[in-house]
Design a protein. Structure first.
Length: 638
């Protein structure tokens, strides 16, 4: 055999050996990684993949644990419960994991109000963000993906990150303030596994077995197992959307004539007050409308960096100053906060131009939001007359978007099931807005989901804390039915009937004109109160007045409240109460505190049969106890 053949054979052998060694290496799930926080005081699961029969050796805290991968290559080791502490290192065969803490791990899940990141809350918490630096608070953000075919075991991404002034921007505001409060008060490291998705209904977070009482949801989930259907639906809708926007841009005179230009002659444009809706003047239409506002600046303001706050706009906008684009938002919910670079602003005349695209509903600058230009801490109010002109009017966009990612079981399969091996202390849940269309089923769905998650994590009493929906939408002059109130009531009933649960009532922390209220610290703090009472056993008052019973006294109804929550703030005039007459209609009522009770009446209703409190989309009740916590909306009707 010649030298070349020997070299070739040796090369092939080395390559084969290297391939075998590479294949023999174990792999770990994304959650088991550098910087992780492990749950204290629980037996700890560690797991991963390897070749069938591969030996796995874990070294942690001066002890060694061994196992062998099964025929499918899966392995799992259960470590004994550990006390809080760290940072530690761990080796799993050839893998070294660093900076591990042992503390408390909480799952934070739900829809957009749980998802809302700290960067969206900057005006309220600028100093909190700027000064953030806490190794004892760490987040793992679960990638937002779905799967309708089967529960998955791998996340396919994500990493543990400690809090600093950069990472905090992407962290859930609610979960951050919860973690900060718990870490400070309990003197423990807190890890948050954040798994949420804006707009998602509860059924998307439930598995197939949990939805067996709801065949319509299971049929819907089954439908979307078809990859071809998903592709064709997305393709056709994206194609229709692209065509609509292409026609919009082509027909928009403002684009072709550059209505964003500084020196545009806009003398023939109409005017309207901002905030407000141009559709009040022009009638309902979908399409584009352009706005222009002239402001005059002094010499010492010219050339400086600035901040432009245009509140909220429905729907999308592109905003310019003096012809320079300073920002854009593609849908209605995010606030319009735009940094204006140095050099854009001029001495004297300046022009703010905004192109707005609206594809559904009433286009408008949302009322009761801030609108200003800020330079060196000085704010120029922009709530005034602006000039406007319609760019184009369009036919309705068709078909509408099918939000496949929100369909039943899809998020559970891909965003919850891969987590269930990882030990947690409990769960935080902020969701419900997307289920207000059918609120009466929500109580059963949430109760079922809680039981299923507890079973999956093998913790029959796992703490589970829900955020009640905040006040939202316009106030009503008379008592009316409210789906939002119905759903809040379902959330309230669960907190009173399902063990080891709690309710963070935030009926005083919403914004009538924003489904995403900015005050997320109140939400996180009230969740932490529930956790400290239920999960950590502190002797504290974590609830506002909790309705317990009623009795009639002539034309009055006397309400009693759960012991421990009934140290009421004394008030002669309470708001938010309504009484039901024998004819079945509700009327606004007078109410006052009477010791630990509340007396409710309406002089015109001689025989009241029931009471409601804060039963509205956006109520204004003021019943609180001396812990300064608000009462949950409630009804005395069964």
């Amino acid at each position: 055999m010649n030298h070349k053949n020997i070299t070739k054979i040796l090369t092939l052998c080395i390559f084969a050996l290297c391939s075998l060694l590479a294949e023999a290496k174990i792999t770990l799930p994304a959650l088991v990684s550098d910087g992780m926080i492990l749950q204290r005081d629980q037996k700890l699961n560690l797991w991963g993949k390897a070749d069938a029969g591969e030996k796995v050796e874990i070294k942690f805290l001066n002890k060694t644990y061994k196992t062998i991968a099964d025929k499918s290559g899966n392995w799992k080791v259960v470590l004994p419960a550990q006390k809080s502490g760290g940072p530690y290192t761990m080796t799993i065969n050839e893998i070294s994991l660093k900076d591990i803490l042992i503390g408390d791990v909480w799952l934070a899940s739900g829809q957009s109000n749980m998802e809302l990141p700290m960067r969206r809350l900057t005006p309220l918490y600028a100093n909190e963000i700027k000064n953030a630096n806490n190794q004892n608070i760490r987040f793992f953000t679960v990638p937002q993906k779905y799967n309708f075919k089967a529960p998955q075991t791998e996340l396919g991404g994500g990493k543990w990150e400690a809090v600093n002034s950069q990472t905090i921007l992407n962290f859930s505001g609610v979960a951050y303030f919860f973690a900060k409060d718990i870490s400070e008060k309990e003197k423990v490291a807190v890890g948050i596994i954040h798994s949420s998705l804006g707009g998602s209904p509860i059924q998307a977070w439930m598995d197939e077995k949990s939805l067996k009482k709801y065949p319509e949801y299971l049929d819907e989930a089954k439908k979307w197992e078809n990859d071809d259907l998903i592709k064709s639906t997305e393709s056709s809708e994206q194609s229709a959307s692209r065509a609509w926007y292409a026609q919009l841009d082509q027909s928009d005179l403002g684009l072709s004539q550059h209505w964003e230009k500084f020196d545009l002659n806009d003398s023939d444009w109409k005017t309207m007050q901002i905030p407000g809706s141009w559709e009040d003047k022009e009638g309902n239409f979908d399409g584009t409308v352009w706005f222009r506002k002239e402001i005059n600046l002094k010499k010492n303001q010219a050339g400086k960096a600035a901040f432009l706050n245009l509140g909220r706009i429905k729907d999308a906008d592109v905003t310019y100053i003096n012809g320079t684009k300073v920002g854009n938002v593609t849908y209605e919910y995010p606030p319009r906060w735009y940094d204006v670079p140095a050099g854009v602003l001029k001495e004297g005349k300046n022009i703010i131009a905004v192109r707005i695209t609206n594809g559904s509903g009433k286009g408008q600058f949302i009322a009761d939001k801030p609108y200003y230009l800020e330079i060196d801490g000085q704010k120029i109010d922009l709530k005034s007359d602006w000039k406007y002109k319609i760019g184009t009017k369009m036919e309705k966009m068709s078909p509408g978007t099918t939000f496949i990612r929100w369909k039943p079981t899809g998020l559970y399969n891909q965003m919850i099931n891969p987590l269930i091996n990882y030990n947690i202390k409990g769960a935080l849940w902020y969701q419900g807005e997307s289920n207000t269309g059918n609120p009466k089923e929500y109580g059963d769905l949430l109760t079922t989901m809680i039981a299923d998650w507890r079973s999956k994590w093998n913790q029959k009493d796992m703490p589970f804390f829900t955020v009640q929906l905040a006040n939202f939408m316009e106030t009503k002059s008379e008592p009316v039915e409210s789906n939002w109130a119905e759903l809040r009531n379902e959330q309230f009933k669960i907190s009173q009937t399902v063990p080891n649960t709690g309710l963070a009532v935030i009926i005083d922390a919403g914004e009538w004109n924003d489904i995403h209220p900015l005050d997320k610290k109140t939400v996180g703090d009230r969740l932490a109160l529930q956790a400290m009472k239920v999960a950590y056993g502190r002797k504290i008052v974590a609830d506002g007045p909790v309705y317990q019973s009623m009795k009639k006294d002539g034309n009055k109804i006397i309400l009693t409240f759960k012991s421990g929550t009934d140290d009421l703030i004394s008030q002669n005039t309470l708001k938010g109460f309504a009484v039901k007459s024998e004819d079945g209609k509700y009327y606004w009522a007078k109410a006052k505190t009477d010791g630990k009770n509340v007396v409710v009446w309406n002089d015109e209703v001689k025989n009241p049969v029931a009471v409601r409190y804060d039963w509205a989309d956006n109520p204004d009740g003021n019943l609180r106890n001396k812990a300064d916590l608000p009462a949950s909306p409630f009804t005395t009707e069964k």
